[in-house]
Design a protein around this ligand. Structure first.
Ligand SMILES: [Zn+2]
Length: 305
């Protein structure tokens, strides 16, 4: 079945190379073997073209994930060559992205500055920094800023325009930083795109100092679920429970996790009910995470039915 899905995909994307992939056998978050079918179709791009591309849900933790996982090589090729074409960005959309990204940076800086009062030599890492708005705002406020994003075109514009030195066009999985180096790590709108979620989180744990903050922002359940989320580019869907679990698994203790943190004007979306899921946590040595019964996803999801 997967073979057919992949060969269809190769012809739809009109690519000459073969897509290398594997079919997942275990949940990438909790390692549970019981994965149940969730949906068979995904949106290819925003003009409502759907393709056959299945998602499964973990019976234990509730993480919804694509059943087919691309090889690292293909994932990298896809995000550097095919994805930018699908997005079809122009100078106008680049400018909008830059403005929006700066607004979000201001908002986030104002929310987080209270955690860093009287601290000096602060370092920020933004994974999937996109139009680099957050980097610009934090830099303006005296931070040493670092960013990574696979979108080479956008990064080249940003680097020239705003003189940002430490911005790298690469996948975060393939780049190295010093251990225990950063005071704040941001992953905004990227958790659903990365190929190896565990590798990314493990590196976040290594590169962050003790008491460093981690800010995550993702298209969480039940945001836009049928209409847009099951986008072929989104390899997984986190909810409040799985987001929390993911951060905890890699050494962070929750400060907040909700859908309303950044509900501000239009910087996010025209429709107020469709906001992202936000997580803020602090790195601490904690005991192993145990699943409490009341945390099971089906109890949580009942509220939205
Ligand atoms: Zn799981």
């Amino acid at each position: 079945m997967e073979k057919k899905i992949i060969s269809n995909l190769e012809s739809i994307l009109n690519i000459k190379r073969k897509i290398k992939y594997s079919v997942i056998k275990r949940c990438q978050l909790c390692n549970c073997k019981k994965l149940v079918p969730f949906t068979n179709t995904s949106l290819l791009k925003s003009d409502k073209i759907f393709i056959e591309f299945p998602f499964v849900q973990c019976f234990k933790c509730g993480l919804i994930q694509q059943k087919i996982k691309f090889s690292n090589t293909f994932h990298k090729y896809y995000y550097s060559k095919i994805y930018p074409k699908l997005l079809n960005r122009t100078t106008k959309t680049h400018n909008e992205l830059i403005i929006n990204s700066y607004k979000r940076g201001c908002f986030l800086y104002n929310k987080l500055k209270k955690y860093y009062l009287n601290k000096k030599n602060l370092k920020l890492l933004d994974i999937g920094c996109g139009a680099a708005g957050k980097l610009r705002v934090f830099k303006k406020n005296g931070w040493d800023v670092y960013g990574v994003d696979p979108d080479k075109n956008l990064l080249n514009i940003i680097k020239k325009k705003y003189k940002l030195k430490n911005v790298y066009s690469n996948n975060f999985e393939d780049i190295k930083f010093n251990k225990k180096y950063f005071d704040l790590i941001i992953v905004s709108g990227s958790l659903e795109h990365v190929n190896n979620l565990n590798k990314v989180m493990k590196k976040i744990n290594q590169y962050s100092k003790e008491y460093s903050l981690l800010f995550l922002d993702s298209k969480g359940y039940p945001n836009n679920i049928k209409e847009k989320f099951f986008n072929f580019n989104h390899h997984r869907l986190l909810g409040p429970v799985t987001m929390n679990f993911l951060a905890h698994k890699y050494g962070f203790k929750k400060i907040l996790c909700n859908f309303s943190f950044m509900k501000v004007n239009k910087t996010l979306t025209k429709n107020k009910s469709k906001t992202n899921l936000y997580y803020l946590g602090i790195k601490k040595k904690t005991k192993d995470f145990k699943f409490k019964k009341e945390l099971f996803y089906n109890d949580y999801f009942k509220k939205f039915e």
